[in-house]
Design a protein around this ligand. Structure first.
Ligand code: SAM
Length: 352
């Protein structure tokens, strides 16, 4: 039994079952025993690999996309270049290297990272020493905001509800024979899920991410009032339906209720909820990651990098290119949502 399992079991015994969101929050961010609080989970030695850890091309193209948006918006002299949930800081480091040649961009940009894990902040400080760290998007100074979030929203806790007539039963984590087990509350109507009555049937499971609307509302407010743009990259689709909670440890799927705190927990991102929370302040465009990277020129960039490689290094570079863009790998499952103020130019790479 993990230390966190002991704490959760005692809490449930004393106060009753917890929501899936409470369970996820404890597993990921408990200050002593949470997954992100206790480790650097990225890469071959960790539990999973994200796009910026697969290839530098990902961050380079994202950087050039944001820099083009800055140029299109008239090169505002002071901007925030911000990232939510920067992991190791690899994406921001690649963004900064690629944009170093855009005249004036680095003089204008102050780097801000929003990160909950003290352990990962230390890793980020090695890769992006010039950054300033924050606990929340609300703590950033005001100004034009150019923001990236890759695999951030999938780590935010979700609540799950099963439809029962016109009401909903919430999925909760309780105890069965002293082990963690899923159960359902009794049905009740829920105004926040009224919009899902039209596209669901009895027994369907839908997910809500309570932390998402305030974060996206704040991003929308800032970009609408000061200018800027946001690129949100994650796996998911326009509308989420069904149980997408998943646990990964050591690059393999595992049961979300086994080893709490020792496995990564994620859920698919509902991009409609992102768009809805940012609207009407912002235009939003959703594009598959593979198409987005190809439009930004990943094929040419991959060719340039390949010229200096041979043998296993070349093979791994070709595999990384394929992994980021091929529809059977990350190309279709991952989506890029671009957000920008009405009246600003659309960001390059997005579906018009
Ligand atoms: C799956 S990782 C993605 C890392 C990175 N963006 C990448 O692509 O490699 C999720 C990141 O979000 C951070 N995180 C999770 N929940 C957070 C929260 N509520 N506030 C701030 N950061 C959070 C984690 O510590 C981690 O850095």
């Amino acid at each position: 039994m993990t230390a966190l399992e002991g704490l959760l079991t005692a809490r449930i015994r004393a106060n009753g079952p917890v929501t899936v969101a409470d369970y996820m929050a404890e597993c990921l961010l408990h200050p002593q025993h949470g997954y992100y609080a206790t480790r650097d989970p990225f890469g071959v030695a960790g539990d999973f690999t994200t796009a910026p850890e697969i290839s530098q091309m990902f961050g380079e193209l994202i950087g050039l996309c944001l820099a083009q948006s800055w140029l299109d918006q008239g090169t505002p002299p002071r901007i925030l270049l911000a990232e939510l949930g920067p992991g190791r800081g690899t994406l921001m480091a690649d963004v900064l290297r690629a944009t170093a040649r855009v005249p004036g961009f680095h003089n204008a940009a102050a780097v801000h990272l929003v990160e909950a894990s003290a352990t990962l902040r230390q890793v980020q400080a090695r890769n992006v020493p010039q950054a300033e760290w924050h606990d929340s998007i609300n703590d950033l100074p005001e100004g034009p905001l150019y923001l990236i979030a890759n695999e951030f929203f999938d780590a935010l806790p979700i609540r799950q509800f099963v439809r029962d007539g016109d009401g909903w039963r919430e999925r909760a984590v309780g105890l069965q024979d002293d082990r963690l087990a899923f159960g359902l509350t009794t049905a009740s109507p829920l105004r926040t899920l009224d919009h899902r009555l039209a596209d669901t049937r009895d027994g369907d499971l839908v997910e809500l991410c309570p932390a998402l609307p305030p974060i996206m509302g704040e991003i929308g407010r800032r970009i609408a009032s000061h200018g800027g743009a946001a690129l949100i990259v994650d796996y998911g689709d326009w509308r989420s339906l069904g149980d997408t909670l998943q646990a990964v440890a050591d690059h393999a799927p595992t049961d979300p209720l086994v080893h709490p705190g020792a496995a990564d927990l994620t859920a698919h991102v509902d991009f409609a909820a992102i768009a809805q929370a940012a609207a009407p302040a912002l235009h939003t465009r959703l594009t598959p990651q593979g198409v987005f990277l190809e439009r930004l020129g990943i094929v040419g960039r991959a060719g340039t990098l390949a010229r200096n490689l041979a043998g296993p290094a070349l093979e791994s570079h070709l595999a990384a290119h394929r992994r980021l863009t091929h529809p059977a790998e990350m190309g279709n499952l991952f989506k890029v949502m671009g957000l920008y103020a009405a009246g600003s130019a659309i960001l390059p790479g997005l579906d018009a």
